[in-house]
Write a protein that binds this ligand. Structure first.
Ligand SMILES: [Zn+2]
Length: 316
């Protein structure tokens, strides 16, 4: 069974397994939605697979692989927050469990969102990281590796996941049953983060947001401005998505001015974008983009929502 993307990380693990050089603690880090947990599960399977063929690991068929899939493999345990925190009690259970030698092979533990560990829990884990049993491997996932105690971090090998290529995102979408035919812009908007494309595809308002924004930009008359103004005034929950779409159109317009239309995010609107870009100078577009960024940061700090909507729709 193959894993899509993250080849350098997988390669390193395969080499470490073949040469019997596995360490005792690894952290998988990277942006939210990038697939840290999926990769950690795959690595756990790879480490624990007892299939006959060394070249095909994980095999997906052996007792161990199937056990992980069905969540009944006694040598693979997942620790996750139950109360938005990972408590010392949960780490104590891990330590107790890891002290029991397995009948064969190794034991793997996965601490999900490890940054949720309390300081006490981290200090408790530290003792195991300092003197791990030979068969024990601890995997962690976190988007904020830096927030873990330095003493913990210094005993962990960090693997940072990279955004996926367009082709990989396409394959991942297909495997997960997401049809993106004719919606290439979803791939670009996902920025190579699988979780984002899942979110965008599941977001029922996204297509409507996009239509509103395209009308606002390409028609640009008073009617479409007021229409967007009313739409956003009534639907605060779509504001951030609309800002993202609007910014992507402005960025596309900049690319169009440099005749770089192959890299457009909204490639299905290529003709409109080229026409739109012709009517503006690069400075005009830069100002529009920085206008959006300013509204975003002001809204975070103090700005009244309706004022933000008015600024976006009536002045940019
Ligand atoms: Zn297997």
């Amino acid at each position: 069974m193959d894993f899509i993307g993250q080849a350098p990380i997988l390669e390193r693990f395969r080499n470490e397994i073949i040469n019997d050089k596995l360490g005792h603690a690894y952290a998988f880090t990277g942006e939210k939605g990038i697939g840290k947990r999926t990769l950690a599960h795959y690595i756990a399977k790879t480490i624990l697979c007892i299939g006959k063929d060394n070249d095909i690991r994980p095999c997906g068929n052996c007792r161990s692989c199937r056990g992980i899939e069905e969540d009944i493999n006694p040598y693979f345990k997942v620790i996750r927050s139950e109360t938005r925190k990972i408590l010392i009690k949960q780490i104590r259970e891990l330590i107790e469990d890891i002290s029991i030698r397995p009948a064969e092979g190794r034991k793997v533990y996965l601490i999900e969102e490890a940054d949720l560990m309390t300081i006490d829990a981290q200090n408790c884990l530290l003792k195991t990281l300092e003197e791990p049993p030979t068969y024990g491997i601890i995997l962690l996932t976190t988007s904020v590796f830096e927030s873990l105690l330095l003493t913990i971090r210094s005993r962990i090998v960090q693997h940072r996941l990279k955004p996926y290529s367009v082709e990989d995102i396409r394959s991942i979408s297909k495997i997960n049953g997401i049809d993106i035919t004719g919606k290439e812009y979803l791939i670009s908007l996902s920025g190579g983060i699988p979780g984002r494309i899942f979110e965008l595809a599941a977001d029922k308002s996204f297509e409507e947001n996009r239509i509103m924004i395209m009308k606002f930009v390409f028609e640009g008359d008073t009617h479409s401005k007021l229409e967007l103004n009313q739409y956003l005034s009534k639907n605060r929950n779509v504001f951030s998505s609309c800002m993202d779409i609007l910014e992507s159109v402005y960025r596309d317009a900049l690319l169009a001015q440099c005749s770089l239309t192959d890299g457009l995010i909204n490639s299905d609107k290529k003709d409109n974008i080229i026409k739109y870009a012709k009517g503006l100078t690069p400075l005009d577009i830069f100002e529009k983009i920085s206008g959006i960024q300013e509204i975003r940061s002001n809204l975070k700090r103090y700005m009244n929502y309706q004022l933000a909507v008015d600024m976006l729709t009536l002045t940019t």
